[in-house]
Design a protein around this ligand. Structure first.
Ligand SMILES: [Zn+2]
Length: 377
């Protein structure tokens, strides 16, 4: 087994790490990925993303206080101006290895938003340890959640390169400076990476080289499967225009996470109230008018209390009463927020099947064919 520890630096959002992990864990084999919930500090003084999120959430509820406003501005400024050295990045990896007692044979992959001084998209530690960083930003070619594709590609190819090549000189001698659509094409622009991702190929020269270097064939095979899988999932949205094949949706676990396995285990993240509303409409195939929601108050409350355990019964009850109150705007707002999240993740065409649809006084319903939806524990 080859263990790959995925971790992020404090500046990097936990959602991107978890999206990438969900994508990679779909490919089984000797390479086993582990997602770490803790984060490392490259500079040692960044505000944590969690504290920032709380601040943003707070500001959306209340008029922002001066302190909160300054903290957000501080975070943005902080993020933009930071360029760090490879030494700083790999020092953070070493610290993480030490505090988590990670063996030398395991990989540590660090996701970071910070620019690095040499401006590489991803790189492994030239000093030898199996540390690797991937830059998570400026993949502008990829929209929203699709950024997980190039990041996962950099991880998979980074692992293989580390196993094949002894050092940067060795690697440098084998880069293809003329693009062949191979993993070893040398790309100077992030957009060029899409070419090799779309071919998902390894050229015959590299195949020969890789197998001559004694990398276990099962490991190589898994990397190839990941790269090929990324290629197929990347073009899923494009193919949909022609084949109209609506992806299956999985509702997973007690948290009832909404996942699309055919799209690389893509997760659509709804907060507990949005998820409650969504699951309710999913149960009600025939649809329900917004003004009638209060008739279903107990059913909606039961869904909410099954997925949210952080609040008292009373607090949960107040939230649901507000949600179903025909005089409040709460439901309409939530329906449009849910719609936005699905569109961002799936694109307009595919999302149209899964959003809560309907106009004005007409019943709202989710059009998706219910046979595409599976619930698993
Ligand atoms: Zn090649």
């Amino acid at each position: 087994m080859l263990k790959i520890n995925l971790v992020r630096s404090a500046d990097c959002n936990e959602e991107i790490l978890s999206d990438v992990y969900n994508l990679l864990k779909g490919f089984q084999g000797p390479i086993v990925f582990k997602e770490h919930s803790e984060f490392v500090h490259i500079l040692g003084k960044e505000p944590s993303p969690e504290s920032l999120e709380k601040m943003v959430e707070y500001c959306s509820l209340e008029p922002p206080s001066r302190m909160a406003r300054e903290s957000i501005n501080f975070h943005d400024r902080f993020k933009k101006r930071n360029t760090v050295s490879w030494e700083q990045i790999f020092k953070a990896c070493a610290k993480f290895r030490f505090s988590n007692d990670i063996g030398d044979d395991e990989f540590v992959i660090l996701l970071t938003t910070y620019n690095n001084k040499l401006n590489w998209f991803s790189a492994s530690n030239p000093e030898g340890p199996r540390d690797h960083f991937v830059h998570t930003e400026d993949w502008d070619f990829f929209l929203g959640s699709d950024r997980r594709f190039p990041i996962a590609y950099q991880i998979a190819s980074g692992i293989l390169k580390k196993l094949v090549f002894t050092n940067y000189e060795d690697l440098g001698a084998h880069w293809h400076h003329d693009p062949r659509g191979c993993m070893l094409d040398f790309c100077q622009e992030k957009a060029q990476v899409t070419f090799k991702m779309r071919t998902g190929d390894i050229c015959p020269d590299c195949l020969k080289l890789f197998s001559s270097r004694g990398v276990p064939s099962m490991v190589m095979e898994q990397v190839f499967r990941i790269i090929d899988g990324i290629r197929l999932q990347m073009i899923y949205k494009n193919r949909f225009v022609i084949n109209r094949e609506v992806p299956a949706m999985l509702i997973e676990g007690r948290q009832k996470n909404i996942i699309f396995p055919d799209m690389g285990n893509l997760m659509v993240r709804l907060n507990p109230l949005e998820k409650t509303l969504y699951l309710f409409f999913l149960n009600r195939n025939e649809g329900v008018q917004i003004s009638h929601l209060s008739d279903y108050r107990d059913e909606i409350f039961a869904i909410y209390s099954s997925i949210s355990n952080s609040d008292s019964q009373l607090a949960q009850s107040i939230r649901i009463n507000d949600l179903v109150n025909p005089l409040s705007n709460s439901v309409s707002e939530k329906i449009s927020r849910i719609k936005r999240k699905f569109v961002d993740a799936l694109g307009d065409d595919i999302a149209a099947n899964f959003i809560i649809s309907g106009e004005n006084a007409a019943p709202r319903r989710i059009p998706a064919d219910r046979s595409l939806i599976r619930y698993i524990d």
